[in-house]
Design a protein around this ligand. Structure first.
Ligand code: SAM
Ligand code: SF4
Length: 327
């Protein structure tokens, strides 16, 4: 599928739930979360039907996300069925790793290609401050198990000023001995993150060069995403930067998102979407659904408007929540 700007869209992110045992400060409120009712969330059968139709339209890779995807019962058989859809080459997972140790072997048997683990700090107290949970030990176990299993692992760290400034070097060091890629994701002004300040990618870059010496550009294509990768001498893994604000990569964007509530969103930062759930539940046929998907993808906005100097935009972003959309 191609959009109006000639971008090929071959990557689907599916948020399977809005539930999560963590309450990360940039993603969720600490209490009184306004959960979706079960009936509002797509069933796995519905997600599989949409995925199969999208595979017919050219989707090749699927990332399962949330909320916390491993918090939804039945997610592993669902992943296995995704991997069997004709045309789907890779199914991967983004997780906070709280339940990873329990599910790792089943995930591998189900055919998962890669696992992204979100980890903003290796300091237990900072972990508690950021995630508002006491699950640090479980996350460490999940990470260790994934590293031992030899599955492809990427670590995603969101640098937040005043929280994990002093943890960046330690997180980067995970790529020294292990062949994992550590990626620094620039905090995007969505939902609760609008009240926080990012540590800029430039600052992170300088911190890393001061500690480890020159970061050398890596031109290998690693994965489907927009990360820019660098090598550090002596490191097994690479260091990546996903800098949506400072280095807008929208011109290369290849993705579309299916929210747990059944909205297909061509851009994280836009309200353009279609309500596929209503189409499915209203009895729409495959042809009609595929037509609607093609239309919404064609209308994918050229770029996000996070940096627009405009109060209306800023207010709109405050009402968009990652745990609902799927990060
Ligand atoms: N619960 C899973 C996890 O944390 O990996 C999957 C869902 S979570 C919403 C996906 C990713 O989005 C996480 O890596 C998280 O750090 C990131 N994220 C959430 N809010 C963000 C924001 N405002 N800016 C940048 N990344 C964000
Ligand atoms: Fe949960 Fe992931 Fe959001 Fe943290 S970022 S609250 S782990 S969904």
């Amino acid at each position: 599928m191609q959009d109006l700007f000639g971008r090929t869209i071959d990557y689907l992110r599916i948020s399977v739930t809005d539930r999560c045992p963590a309450r990360c400060i940039y993603c969720m409120p600490d209490a009184n979360v306004n959960w979706l009712h079960h009936s509002e969330i797509l069933s796995f059968e519905e997600m599989l039907r949409i995925s199969a139709l999208m595979a017919e339209l050219g989707i090749k890779k699927i990332k399962v996300t949330g909320g916390e995807p491993l918090a939804r019962r039945g997610v592993i058989p669902f992943i296995e069925r995704l991997t069997k859809i004709s045309g789907i080459e890779k199914v991967s997972l983004t997780t906070n790793a709280i339940f990873l140790d329990d599910h790792l072997s089943s995930l591998i048997l189900a055919g998962i290609s890669a696992i992204n683990i979100s980890l903003d700090t290796l300091n237990e107290e900072t972990f508690r401050r950021i995630t508002r949970t006491n699950a640090f030990a479980k996350v460490c176990n999940g990470l260790a198990a994934a590293l031992d299993a030899g599955i492809q692992v990427k670590i995603n760290c969101v640098p937040i000023s005043g929280y994990n400034n002093t943890d960046i070097i330690q997180i980067a060091k995970l790529a020294e001995k292990n062949s994992v890629h550590v990626r620094f994701i620039e905090l995007m002004p969505l939902g609760f993150a609008c009240e926080l300040n990012p540590i800029s990618p430039g600052e992170i870059f300088m911190m890393l060069e001061k500690e480890f010496g020159k970061l050398l550009v890596c031109n290998d294509k690693l994965g489907a995403g927009p990360a820019e990768y660098f090598n550090i001498s002596g490191f097994s893994g690479k260091i990546g930067f996903i800098s949506a604000l400072t280095h807008t990569f929208c011109a290369l964007c290849n993705r579309v998102r299916l929210t747990s509530a059944g909205m297909l969103k061509p851009c994280l930062a836009s309200d353009i979407n279609i309500d596929i759930k209503s189409m499915l539940r209203g009895g729409a046929g495959d042809f009609e659904i595929k037509d609607a998907i093609k239309k919404i993808i064609f209308e994918k906005p050229p770029a996000h408007n996070f940096t627009a100097d405009n109060k209306i935009h800023a207010d709109v972003h405050k009402r968009r929540f990652m745990y609902r959309i799927g990060g």
